[in-house]
Design a protein around this ligand. Structure first.
Ligand SMILES: Cc1cc2nc3c(=O)[nH]c(=O)nc-3n(C[C@H](O)[C@H](O)[C@H](O)COP(=O)(O)OP(=O)(O)OC[C@H]3O[C@@H](n4cnc5c(N)ncnc54)[C@H](O)[C@@H]3O)c2cc1C
Length: 435
């Protein structure tokens, strides 16, 4: 065997087209073998056997494998701890270089740091690229070199820094050819069951969004009763579509839609610069809040049994589809942290368990925004009224009727009075922040 094998390690980039690291691997002159690792460190933390993300990933691993095999190549699919598996991979294959796209989560950074040392010690090149975001943490800094913590100036600088090539596709489909792939017999793929999981009953959102939807995104995106948002979150999370391709269309068609994609970069950047926010408040004073943390009340919130129709509709949508509209995410998060005074981390963890598009950076950012503890957060004294939000964003109750058909029954009652809860939240927050 020649010493010229390049491994492309798929992580958050589960596609063969417009994939930065794969493009460089295919151009390297070495024959390319694909790799995907079902990471046991991540899998062991999943609570549900029918976790929908696992089914989604499994499906896309199968798709990648078929794409490699159609050209005589294959995808090596393993299950275990990547740090433990890599020495074996390096002894099984004559690997000259490893290609991968960067993942910015604290766990991934730590894992890649350890592997970097292993590759160095074995003389294997470790080539990693920007692909998951449009602009990385170090590309958008304030004039004094410090990171932004407020979105609007960040997005202004982001737009000023953006170059045409930042959005261009990386390579073209005709690079993915048999002569560039490591030719081998098909390699085995563990079943979901062998990984300890079962198929989900949830349907996955389509991989595409129409120009027509993007064009009116700014007018329709706030109304949960309308199909006014792309539902591409899960595809961006796992890289089954290219962020560059979507941002090109956003730039041409609708600035508000582009701004939402910039929010995505922004939260990645915040987590990169301020990793403490992954486990505690971005603003430490908020860690002083005396949460009530009532478990029975939390269970009602999770089940969509709060007696507030918009909150219950959101939680029921989440529980049965793995999706919740952004406006409703803000309302249910505000309700949990302010009306019930339950630690935002409980809500964050529940979303992390249920959301198809779960992403540590955006989820954490969204929760801290709602709790008031985050960067660029709403001031704590602004407490969403679920009823006022409903009048504004679901005035005909079309969304509510879909999920809470009993909302007009006499025995459907709020679990907590809005006025009392609002005053209690203001007093509790006020006490913590003055202390
Ligand atoms: C409490 C809370 C938790 C959240 N958790 C997540 C999460 O785990 N993963 C996640 O991707 N988003 C999260 N969001 C942001 C947002 O709600 C979702 O990205 C959006 O609802 C996904 O639906 P869509 O794909 O139809 O989005 P669209 O409105 O069509 O937007 C397109 C894409 O832009 C990005 N985007 C849009 N809004 C935001 C935002 N506010 N912050 C960051 N990125 C954004 C997403 O990648 C999204 O898919 C959260 C928001 C809140 C308030």
């Amino acid at each position: 065997m020649s010493q010229s094998l390049a491994i492309h390690w798929f992580r958050r980039d589960m596609r063969v087209e417009d994939n930065t690291a794969l493009f460089h691997a295919l151009q390297s002159g070495q024959s390319v073998l694909g790799l995907f690792i079902f990471d046991s460190t991540i899998l062991s933390k999943l609570e549900d056997r029918d976790d929908a993300r696992l089914s989604f990933i499994h499906l896309h691993v199968q798709r990648l494998k078929s794409q490699f095999e159609a050209l005589g190549g294959s995808l090596l699919v393993l299950h275990g701890d990547p740090v433990g598996l890599w020495p074996q991979i390096l002894s099984d294959y004559p690997v000259a270089a490893v290609y991968t796209n960067r993942d910015y989560e604290p766990y991934a950074r730590q894992r890649d740091g350890v592997l970097n040392k292993l590759f160095e010690s074995k003389g294997v090149a470790f080539n990693h690229y920007k692909d998951h975001v449009i602009l990385e943490a170090k590309e958008v800094l304030k004039d004094d070199g410090l990171p932004y913590t407020v979105f609007t100036p960040y997005s202004r600088k982001w737009k000023a820094k953006l170059q045409v090539q930042d959005l261009e596709p990386r390579g073209s489909a005709d690079l993915f050819t048999a002569d560039r792939l490591h030719q081998t017999t098909p390699l085995p793929l563990p079943t979901l069951e062998a990984l300890g999981f079962a198929p989900t009953a949830i349907d996955f959102p389509k991989e595409a969004v129409s120009d027509a939807l993007i064009k009116v995104y700014d007018e329709q995106r706030n109304f949960p009763g309308i199909r006014g948002t792309s539902r591409l979150g899960v595809h961006l999370r796992f890289g089954t579509i290219s962020i560059r391709a979507l941002a090109r269309r956003a730039k041409a068609l609708n600035e508000t839609f582009l701004n939402e994609l910039i929010w995505r970069d922004f939260y990645q950047v915040i987590l990169w610069h301020f990793p403490h926010a992954a486990s505690g408040s971005f603003r430490p004073a908020y860690d002083q809040i005396e949460w009530r943390n009532n478990e029975a009340e939390f269970a009602k919130w999770c089940a969509g049994q709060t007696g507030y129709p918009i909150v219950d509709a959101g939680m029921r949508e989440l529980n049965s589809t793995g999706f919740m509209h952004n406006r409703v995410r803000m309302i249910v998060a505000s309700f949990l942290t302010k009306h019930l005074l339950i630690d935002w981390r409980w809500g964050e963890a529940y979303f992390a368990r249920k959301l198809l598009d779960f992403d540590l950076a955006s989820n954490n950012g969204g929760w801290q925004w709602a709790a008031g503890s985050g960067c660029d957060a709403a001031p704590y004294f602004r407490v969403f009224s679920p009823d006022a939000q409903t009048l504004k964003f679901d005035p005909k109750a079309s969304y509510i009727r879909q999920w809470v058909p009993e909302y007009q029954n006499l025995d459907y009652r709020p679990m907590v009075d809005h006025k009392m809860a609002r005053e209690r939240a203001l007093a509790t927050y006020g006490k913590a922040l003055k202390a």
